[in-house]
Design a protein. Structure first.
Lengths: 189, 134
């Protein structure tokens, strides 16, 4: 019974993630189309800071890894290592979001806002939507930590943590494509 | 996988064994993902720093796309456990959506490129001039 419920929940959540992926596809398509429409503003190769973005990428990758270990510890009932890994995931995710906001801030003070050109609108649309997902994930993670502290590690909690883990891995996969399409190819083209 | 792990809960020794086995599994995923990211980054840096001479566009763009695709596969297998043993419906939904994503992106670029090509005023003016010999 519990097992069937788990599988149903996981499949339902997976279908939600796939619709989310379709939304990201629209944003990627908008970016690919508007990439060259800079309207006299800077193109990607002038505003990109590749080493900075590489560190951002590795930070998110590491947080994806720690969230995976946290879910693993939860399934095996190892509460201490689970809490440690969840806190690490939170810190790494928050640093990623901080780095992204710092990048946005730098663009804003140079006047490169989303109103500057079609390219920048699609850039902020795509990267900002991913950032919003990360933000939502961080809030979700905080709520999960409070729940664990109050109720302990029940089977329902393990299921909730598994969903969070899947969400976080999914965001990392989306980020690989942002890193490749927006930053690497933006610096090259 | 979960049933197996719950069964392990009755035996302390095999929990630790399973724990370290899984951590090793995740670490392989982390390491290969990091290497794929670094390779794509270094290729792009060489391309940019050599002013597109050492690695031309025609080589770089397909390589970084293939590296991204490989890294997606690595993360799907090592982090999300999407393998032939996992739920069939998860894989079906993923493949369907991935196909849809490819259609949305490639078709948009294709259509818009041809719209640009066929409808840019400068090009139309040039075309009219060429045709009418003005």
């Amino acid at each position: 019974m519990e097992e069937t419920k788990n599988e149903k929940t996981l499949l339902g959540f997976w279908i939600y993630l796939m619709t989310d992926l379709t939304m990201f596809a629209g944003l990627f398509a908008a970016y690919a189309v508007l990439r060259t429409n800079t309207f006299g503003g800077p193109p990607m190769r002038d505003i990109v800071n590749l080493p900075f973005v590489l560190i951002e990428t590795l930070v998110l990758l590491l947080s994806s890894f720690t969230s995976g270990i946290a879910v693993l510890s939860a399934t095996l009932g190892r509460i201490k290592s689970m809490v440690l890994m969840l806190c690490l995931t939170f810190l790494l995710g928050a640093s990623f979001l901080g780095m992204e906001l710092y990048e946005f801030h730098n663009l804003f003070i140079e006047g490169n806002t989303f109103q500057r050109s079609g390219f920048l609108s699609s850039y902020f649309g795509l990267v900002g939507t991913h950032g919003l997902h990360i933000f939502a994930g961080l809030i979700w993670l905080m709520i999960l930590l409070v729940f664990v502290a109050r109720k302990g590690l029940t089977k329902g909690m393990v299921r909730k943590l598994t969903l969070f883990g899947i969400f976080w891995h999914f965001l990392d996969i989306v980020w690989i494509f942002i890193f490749t399409f927006v930053y690497l190819m933006g610096a090259a083209l | 996988m979960d049933i197996y792990l719950y069964l392990c809960l009755f035996d302390g020794g095999s929990i630790m064994k399973e724990y370290y086995k899984q951590i090793a599994f995740y670490s392989v995923g982390l390491l290969s993902a990091a290497i794929l990211t670094l390779v794509a980054y270094i290729l792009t840096q060489i391309h940019v720093n050599s002013y597109h001479e050492v690695i031309p566009h025609a080589v770089l763009i397909p390589s970084v796309l293939i590296l991204a695709f490989l890294q997606m596969c690595v993360q799907l297998v090592f982090f999300l456990h999407i393998t032939n043993k996992s739920s069939r419906w998860n894989v079906v939904f993923f493949l369907m959506t991935f196909g849809g994503v490819l259609v949305i992106i490639i078709a948009s670029v294709w259509i818009m490129y041809h719209l640009n090509y066929n409808m840019t005023p400068v090009q139309i003016n040039q075309y009219i001039q060429d045709q009418s010999g003005l």
